[in-house]
Ligand binder design. Structure first.
Ligand code: ME8
Length: 518
């Protein structure tokens, strides 16, 4: 049983509409997952929902439902959402599932027995919205708390705490010795700065059940439930443990009763997350794992946040992008293309409808779509759709792009990979313009030259399908089908030059990206 390449996303809060930010993160992870599978690696791709906590409890009560019924109603909406994005996740976790709750409790029991927790009274300011205690460090210069914390109340409460101080130095050393642990570098520096300039406060890991009962009960004290983050972060290891991953199961002290799916996934290779939850993933999560005796994830990939038209997206002002509406109008691949092409993993991004339409027109319809359509239409018209003998005029260009794309995908440089792939699209379009096959076709003495040109164009289209598969799976499959090839273009190894054989009959060309009225 070889270890799978294990990739996760943040699990989304169930109480809210799936939005552009959620969609972006999941597509980033999906592109990485698909590319690794295409390289021949076995992959385990996990996403899911974060369902406990005060916010869910409050909304459920307001809607006259139990929190569980509320989550059960919303979970299918989220599952339909990720299906619409074309995700290839292998599992979908809900933190209300027994398999997850059992593992959270098992970890709590283990760490409690080993003396990692203590109980203490804390008096302080509390943000219900963020479900967190605030300190003076969270105050703005004028002494007030940022409105993003919502109503801040004074609270005195006895809770369980996780001892963190002993973990500070090894974590600093670890992040320094492992430059790829937190990516991009700016986020790594942010974590190191935080760890070096602050004394780590112990982490409050419970909430009293009489104030909040929508959470996982603490196994050693029925008066408490688990704090949302000690619950949510655990999903990354609870699912492998439940699927009988030996490393995960050992670390969380849990043996699933039925071993029907022996998985080898832990440690995770990549956690894809947004910048706002960096501290939870790069400070608390590694410390939790270290305390459990589990190997740490290999990499935390941190993406930026999307705005719309230069402003924060907000339902109240109506300044939102509804991914499903965009997909319904333009197709899933246009959406996947725009978010990955527009925003590199790291900085913040800005969605504009004009920008989206401009990329659709220039890069998808006029560049890629036109290349495939005219290449295959000419092959159909001039050679009855039968592939001529192999010619290698564009082989070197294609091979260079294939090598570069692979290397960029291996480094999760998704935006650059798309740019590189488009350099081949541009090259091939220029080749059409320079060789002018429509003129060659009029001159019978140029038949051999026309054969060469048509072969090169069809073969570039085939290679593009393979390169595009992780990004634009529907389009890649359509190109394959139009080329008359069976199966999916899902094996990177097929990107070598010369895959199209002389005498092969292609299928029917059709527009990949229909032009839209302005
Ligand atoms: O934080 N642009 O859930 P969540 C890009 N349940 N990404 C965005 C974004 C935006 N405008 N808004 C949110 C949670 N995100 C927790 C996670 S993980 C163990 C628990 C990203 O629904 C955000 O950064 O608020 C996060 O990575 C993900 O969407 C889910 O956010």
């Amino acid at each position: 049983m070889s270890k799978r390449f294990y990739i996760t996303t943040a699990i989304d809060y169930v109480n809210g509409q799936p939005h552009l930010g959620h969609a972006y993160e999941k597509i980033v992870a999906d592109v990485i997952a698909r590319s690794r599978r295409s390289f021949g690696q076995e992959v385990f791709f996990l996403t899911g929902l974060d369902e406990h906590g005060q916010k869910v409890q409050q909304v459920a009560v307001a809607e006259g439902k139990t929190p569980q019924a509320y989550c059960d109603d919303l979970a299918p909406v989220w599952k339909a959402f990720i299906a619409r994005l074309g995700l290839t996740n292998d599992d979908f976790v809900r933190t209300t599932e027994v398999r997850h709750k059992t593992v959270v409790q098992s970890i709590l029991s283990k760490l409690h027995a080993e003396g990692h927790f203590y109980k203490a009274i804390y008096r302080g300011f509390y943000s219900t919205k963020e479900e967190t205690f605030l300190t003076d460090k969270d105050r703005r210069p004028d002494g007030s708390f940022d409105p993003s914390y919502g109503d801040v109340i004074e609270l005195e409460e006895e809770n369980y705490y996780f001892r963190l101080k002993a973990h500070q130095q090894w974590l600093i050393d670890y992040i320094e010795k492992n430059p790829d642990f937190v990516c991009p570098e700016s986020r790594r520096n942010e974590v190191l700065g935080f760890l070096k300039h602050n004394v780590l406060e112990d982490l409050c890991i419970t909430r009293p059940a009489n104030r909040l009962n929508w959470g996982i009960p603490i196994p050693f004290d029925p008066d408490y439930v688990t704090y949302v983050w000690f619950d949510a972060l655990v999903n990354y290891i609870s699912v492998p443990a439940a699927l009988a991953d030996p490393v995960a199961a050992r670390a969380v002290n849990y043996q699933p009763s039925t071993i029907n799916y022996p998985l080898s996934a832990w440690p995770a290779d990549i956690h894809v997350i947004g910048k706002d939850i960096l501290k939870f993933h790069s400070v608390y999560w590694p410390i939790m794992l270290k305390a459990m005796g589990a190997p740490l994830p290999k990499q935390i990939v941190v993406h930026g946040w999307w705005q719309k038209d230069g402003e924060k997206m907000s339902k109240t002002t109506g300044n939102v992008v509804d991914p499903i509406a965009v997909i319904n109008e333009w197709g899933v691949d246009a959406f996947r293309f725009y978010v990955i092409r527009e925003l590199d993993i790291g900085p913040d991004g800005n969605w504009t409808d004009e920008g989206f339409k401009a990329r659709y027109k220039a890069e998808l319809a006029d560049a890629l779509g036109n290349l495939v359509n005219r290449s295959l239409s000419m092959l159909k018209r001039y050679r009855n759709g039968v592939v001529p003998s192999q010619s290698n005029e564009l082989a070197a260009d294609a091979e260079k792009v294939v090598t570069e794309t692979r290397s960029l995908l291996e480094q999760n440089q998704l935006q650059s990979a798309l740019q590189t792939i488009w350099s081949l699209v541009t090259r091939a379009n220029q080749y059409v313009d320079h060789t002018a096959p429509f003129k060659l076709a009029k001159d019978p003495t140029k038949a051999a030259r026309l054969d060469e040109v048509l072969y090169n164009l069809a073969e570039v289209c085939r290679i593009l399908a393979v390169l595009l598969w992780p990004f634009l799976p529907e389009t890649a499959s359509k190109i394959y089908a139009q080329l008359g090839l069976s199966g999916a273009p899902d094996k990177f190894a097929a990107a070598g030059w010369g895959g199209l054989k002389a005498g092969h009959s292609i299928g029917t060309p059709a527009a990949l990206f229909p032009k839209k009225e302005p």
